[in-house]
Design a binder for this molecule. Sequence first.
Ligand SMILES: C[S@@+](CC[C@H](N)C(=O)[O-])C[C@H]1O[C@@H](n2cnc3c(N)ncnc32)[C@H](O)[C@@H]1O
Ligand code: FES
Length: 451
Amino acid sequence: MEPFRFHLFLCTQPKPEGVVSCPSHGSLAVFEALDREIQSRGLTKEVQLTTCGCMGLCDEGPVMVVYPKGVWYRHVQASDIAEIVDSQLAREKPVDRLVWNDALAMKAMSIEHAEKFRTAMAARDKGGMLPDHLEQMIRAFQPSRCVLTALELDIFTAVGDGASAEEIGSKIDANARAVSMLLNALVSLGLLTKTGELYKNTPESERFFTQASKDNQRNGLLHTANIWHSWSTLTDAVRHGTCVPLERRDTAEWMQNFIAGMQRNAKHRAPLVVKSLGTVGIRRILDLGGGSGAYSIAFAKASPEVHCDILDLAEVVPLAWEYVKKAGVSSQISLRPGDMLHDDFGSGYDVIMLNAICHMFSEEENRNLFRRARRALAPNGRLVVQDFILNNEKTAPQQATLFALNMLVGTKSGASYSEAEYTACMQEAGFSEISRINLPGPSDLIVGRAE
Ligand SMILES: C[S@@+](CC[C@H](N)C(=O)[O-])C[C@H]1O[C@@H](n2cnc3c(N)ncnc32)[C@H](O)[C@@H]1O
Ligand code: FES
């Protein structure tokens, strides 16, 4: 059975640098070209394009198989794709010069490859070598650190329409020799290109990392660069059981990047939260630790009946106000500076939101927040917690386990919590009808109703 007229399998098996593979022969560019061509010819409903692992024919790569007839292609390049789509997919006529139909040779090559691979693996294992995936995991900070430094130094903006290492070094006031080493690494990571002495941005780095672009994400990503400094204290934090003080954490710049980082995630998630909760019967919302105000803004935009109060730290309120003004909903949103752990919440709210808040606090602090939130809700009002939620063993999902450590290095007593823990805390605080709403992405909602 074949649900599509054609099903293409293209090998994109990643292999260590220096090992011959379909990606080293250009299969990733082939995939992009295929995807583009299939879309531009309106064939997406007839053609399924799937990446696949090694078929043991690496020397002949990039290798691709077209089903249902099982037509095998080798040495495919991005420049061949228009012809393949036009001939093989549109007219069902294989491109003979690229078709490989020597089944016996293919089978022999594949079996030989598998045997060589098994022998090499057995030798490595016998020699006590660290497996590749562990090597990779241990060194994973290096590419990440390169990009973060490039963002901190605003290198992609300095590259502009193209510049030499010296020109870039003088623009960002950094050492030209060191800058050229960083630029070369960024080329190897696929974030820049180099022709002669001239470095240029790729379309992606131009779009997401340069100041003039409307999709520039650098400011929000600088929060990740800041977090890197906190994570460097992980060993000490684990020893002491809490975060290690960092001077740079208490600066206005840190806070600005933090709120920009929050906005980067929240602006895409906020409409999902509004959709999940609806706006029927909601007039007054309290947004505790509202950050950039993204969730209040989304509710205000969804219904003219809604008024939101954002309570956040005094230094965050002016930052939030800028986002609220820009969104054009300032008549529906009030900002209140304060400390949610101690200040009065007010009363009569239909919804109280705790988006990405509970992970900053201990279980006891959250229980206290929930109790006070229940008193501030109108009858039948809802408490909405959005956060990374752990399984009951606290070992998954991976993002939630890593986020728990993010809180260990960044807060006094924060953590990630499980659904069972949230449910118990809400029950103790007097909430009923507690339910979990799964959202796309890494965090979910836990909603409870005030009795
Ligand atoms: C992780 S951010 C979440 C922001 C926002 N809710 C979102 O999801 O985008 C935490 C927010 O809580 C605020 N915050 C932290 N401690 C607070 C406290 N004691 N009282 C009020 N706000 C606080 C921070 O300033 C920040 O805006
Ligand atoms: S890597 Fe593609 S066939 Fe081996």
